[in-house]
Ligand binder design. Structure first.
Ligand code: MGD
Ligand code: MGD
Ligand code: MO
Length: 823
């Protein structure tokens, strides 16, 4: 089918006209060249946006952004390199010693990366036999089904659903609660604001642009972080940020970034940079509150009408409680590194104008991460603008285009997570022998090290069970969890570890049975276009057949279910394409009469359906309008500045109202500051999605230094240490060490260095303490719970030292897959 350019453009406008013309979404340019064979091009979606891919001779030759994506990310340049990466899991592989001795293997050898290729039948038999052994010899408490992380987009193939449904058909297991992203935030905010907030739609950008006089990006870097979305990302929020940039240039709005680093957003917008010492935000916020209170600048009416517990918080603020420290600007200044005068000015500036606080998530991914979120809600209450257009507080405008209004259309459902009604488990045993059936997600290493231990978590008790087997899919445990050397020891207590992935991650390296999944570009699927905006539905057309011996997660788990006679129950007797069609048609039926969608065959050919943008909206406006009728989900129905529920738990590290707590590791006068010079930040990467795309050599080569992960640092610090841009450096603390490349940049203040999370862990060898040859920050970060409340990840910031790396550095070990042993 060849078309002329005119014909082609004409067709495009016909499509757009048929399926309602969405505002904003206008095609940027045609993806194909004039006269090009359009059948060579396919469409698919990803966390990085929708793309068009040109296929020639069964190979992906070229990738372009979807023509409606106005702000594509360069991460899509890594997709080809991901598909054809040297790190692909090519065949089912079993760790050498496990193959010899099964569950009695020497688990201290894990990490030596010696694996033997086996057939699919052998691998799935091993997997199944282990499940049988665990359920028969122990019980559900001995099996861990790990939390599914950033599995690829696609509603049908979403790999976690496949694991959970298939394993659930066999028997029960120990699962996880919470997530790494917002572990502390999603636990504290329901007590304070009655909802998790972090994954809720926020006030529309359009309204913020119109109404806000102050916009405070507090530990929030949307320009960097909006490149990715949970579903296929539209990148629409960038349109508004572009308008904001213009308003900043015209001095029509005051925008401040409160961040230790001059972040991408601050640079892009030309916003004011308000430096703050890492981990010290609560001290800054308390001093702002102190200023507002003592200068009588706070909104008493709002506090009276919409909150409870302010009177219990004020004595703490004024230093009338145990610690006897008034939280003055002078008090905070020493902790947060902002002068007392600047703190007071900042407070006055916030109070005088319509102020929108926009918080990111990094500041709750740290010890006492509950506190900055709670304290920010108190600040916003004192400012009294919650529920007003362009005022109040948001905890998520850096995520998945939150702030772009929802179309209101229904989005496609997914492959069922749970058993269908009437379906039974092979082992319906629900006796956990007194252990918990779920553990806080970031506490897995602790659980492995301390079987039988009881911990506090969110008002309950969690009892760790002696786990014997774990299954990882759609996540990279050896990226996301802190403290590699602690993990090396802890994981030895597991008898069998199964990993399913398309890339040979460090998690595969530390497993026993590794099953090769295909990438999302090697299967057919369907996805929502826009996680929150519901802008449309995208066809994920298979670009190429599964490479090597890889299979889709659906095929892998149906093969497992076949071994215990439940394949048909698992698949409902349907194929991949039948499922994709069903998910689409169910969605079409739901939207009938409201949003027009063509029949499946037509949709699949076109590749997408788009819906008009929804109406602008203000978060918490209904509560403000009528706090009785639209009460919050807190026990009182109001914003809880003091929480009787949390106070009743009696936790030392999270009390009845927000407080400043000293950190176990803090520079500038805090603990260990005499021993370590630098705060190490491990924020989210600019050119990856966590560890995803790190395996893409083309993309990696655009940011690595001498083939290593960059360590960003200030020029003065570098000079003092005799380091120049491009040098190899060693970064280390008591927990671990890595060889990285120095990236010297004025965006970083003295005393703060950054390694982006997701850098592939590449240990020199399996020994505990062995140096990481590439630069994973979690080799050094601290593995402690945020507090007894959330028990969330505290990884964001830790202390380290940096020195020039002398001598010849060992080669990077992480990207070459396993060492294949032939027997
Ligand atoms: N120090 C530090 N650590 C952190 C963070 C931090 O800020 N600092 N951030 C934390 C946060 S917020 C998060 S969300 C986590 C992210 O942690 P993860 O979600 O574990 O990170 P990803 O690298 O996205 O891992 C997803 C894995 O799934 C695999 N995968 C993708 N699609 C499929 C599929 O279809 N089938 C199968 N079988 N596998 C698939 C990918 O190859 C990849 O290895 O990291 C956390 N860790
Ligand atoms: N490009 C890209 N985008 C992503 C992701 C990705 O991997 N890559 N991951 C997605 C996921 S899963 C998540 S959870 C979100 C993460 O979203 P966030 O957790 O909000 O993102 P981060 O980039 O880790 O940190 C945001 C900012 O916080 C600042 N910061 C760090 N510590 C402090 C502190 O102590 N005080 C203050 N005031 N600021 C601090 C950092 O300098 C950084 O500019 O991003 C999502 N978006
Ligand atoms: Mo996350």
């Amino acid at each position: 089918m060849k078309q002329s350019r005119r014909q082609f453009l004409k067709n495009m406008s016909v499509m757009a006209a048929t399926f309602t013309m969405p505002n904003f979404l206008v095609p940027q340019k045609a993806f194909a060249k004039e006269g090009e064979d359009l059948t060579a091009w396919k469409i698919t979606g990803s966390h990085w946006g929708a793309i068009r891919a040109k296929i020639q001779n069964g190979r992906v030759e070229e990738i372009k952004p979807f023509e409606y994506d106005q702000y594509p990310t360069e991460m899509i340049n890594g997709i080809k390199g991901l598909i054809y990466s040297e790190s692909r899991v090519r065949y089912p592989m079993v760790r050498l010693d496990w193959l010899k001795k099964r569950h009695n293997s020497n688990t201290a050898e894990r990490g030596d990366n010696r694996f033997v290729r086996v057939t699919w039948d052998e691998a799935l038999d091993f997997f199944y036999e282990e499940l049988e052994r665990i359920q028969q010899d122990y019980g559900p408490w001995a099996l861990h089904t790990a939390n599914v992380g950033w599995r690829a987009t696609g509603q049908f193939h979403s790999c976690g659903n496949h694991m959970i449904r298939a394993i659930g058909m066999h028997g029960n297991s120990v699962s996880t609660s919470g997530d790494y992203s917002t572990g502390a935030g999603q636990v504290i905010l329901p007590y304070v604001l009655g909802s998790t907030e972090v994954y809720s739609q926020g006030t529309s950008w359009e309204i913020i642009l119109k109404e806000s006089e102050n916009i405070i990006f507090w530990a929030s870097d949307p320009i960097k972080n909006l490149q990715v979305g949970w579903n296929c990302e539209t990148h629409e929020a960038y349109k508004y940020l572009e308008q904001l940039k213009q308003k900043v240039a015209n001095k029509e709005v005051n925008v401040v970034c409160v961040d230790p680093v001059k972040c991408k957003t601050q640079n892009y917008l030309g916003a004011e940079y308000k430096y703050i010492n890492p981990l010290s935000d609560v001290a800054f916020m308390l001093a702002i509150a102190h200023t507002l209170y003592t200068e009588n600048l706070y909104d008493k009416k709002f506090i009276d009408m919409y909150t409870v517990g302010f009177e219990k918080f004020v004595p703490y603020l004024l230093g009338e409680t145990e610690d006897k420290k008034p939280k003055t600007a002078e008090w905070a200044s020493e902790i947060c590194g902002i002068s007392a005068d600047e703190i007071r000015e900042f407070a006055r500036m916030l109070a005088g104008k319509r102020t929108q606080l926009i918080l990111g998530w990094a500041i709750q991914r740290q010890q006492h991460g509950e506190q900055p979120y709670w304290m920010a809600a108190v600040l916003a209450s004192m400012l009294g603008q919650i529920g007003l257009p362009g005022g109040g507080i948001s905890y998520a405008h850096h995520y998945s285009s939150i702030g772009v209004p929802e179309s209101g259309a229904a989005m496609p459902g997914s492959f069922p997570l749970n058993l269908d009604e009437g379906q039974t488990q092979k082992y319906p045993n629900t006796d956990y022998n007194g252990y918990s059936s779920s553990i806080p997600v970031a506490r897995l290493t602790d659980a492995l090290l301390n079987p039988g231990q009881k911990i506090n978590a969110n008002g309950k008790e969690v009892v760790y069970s002696p786990l014997k087997m774990a299954i990882f899919t759609g996540c990279n445990q050896w990226h996301r969890q802190s403290e590699r050397n602690k993990m090396k020891k802890a994981f030895q207590s597991l008898e069998t570890i199964v990993s399913i992935n398309y890339s040979w991650t460090a998690t595969c390296r530390f497993s026993d049975i590794v099953l090769p999944a295909c990438t999302p570009f090697e299967r057919n699927d369907i996805d929502a276009y826009g996680s929150y905006s519901s802008r449309g539905v995208i066809a994920m057309q298979k670009l190429v057949d599964p490479l090597y011996d890889s299979r889709s997660d659906f095929d892998i788990f149906r093969g497992l279910c076949r071994r215990f006679g439940k394949e048909k129950e698992y698949t409902r007797g349907m194929s991949e394409m039948e499922w994709v069609e069903k998910l689409y048609e169910d969605c079409r039926a739901e939207n009938e009469g409201k949003f027009e969608m063509p029949p499946f065959a037509e949709f699949w050919k076109t590749g997408y359906v788009l819906f008009p943008e929804g109406k602008p909206w203000v978060r918490h406006a209904d509560f403000r309008e009528d706090p009785e009728l639209n009460a919050l989900g807190t026990p009182s129905g109001f914003i809880e500045i003091f929480s009787n529920t949390i106070a009743s738990y009696g936790y030392e590290d999270c009390k009845g109202h927000p407080m400043w707590f000293e950190k176990v590791e803090r520079s500038h006068g805090g603990p260990k500051s005499d021993k370590f010079d630098f705060w190490l930040q491990s924020v989210h990467p600019d050119k990856r999605l966590h560890s995803q795309l790190c395996e893409s050599k083309e993309l990696r080569d655009t940011y690595t230094i001498q083939g290593r992960e960059p360590l960003f640092m200030n020029p003065e610090d570098a000079k003092r240490l005799g380091i120049v841009h491009g040098d190899l450096v060693r970064v280390y603390n008591d927990r671990g060490q890595a060889i990285v490349g120095a990236h010297v940049s004025n965006n970083f203040p003295t005393g703060v260095v950054r390694l982006q999370e997701g850098a592939w862990y590449s240990p020199l060898n399996e020994e505990i303490g062995s140096i990481d040859t590439y630069g994973d920050p979690n080799t050094m970060t601290l593995d402690i719970g945020s507090s007894m409340l959330a028990q969330a990840v505290s990884a964001n910031t830790c202390l380290v030292n940096v020195e020039k790396y002398e001598g010849s550095a060992p080669a990077v070990t992480g990207f070459k897959g396993p060492t294949e042993i032939t027997l």
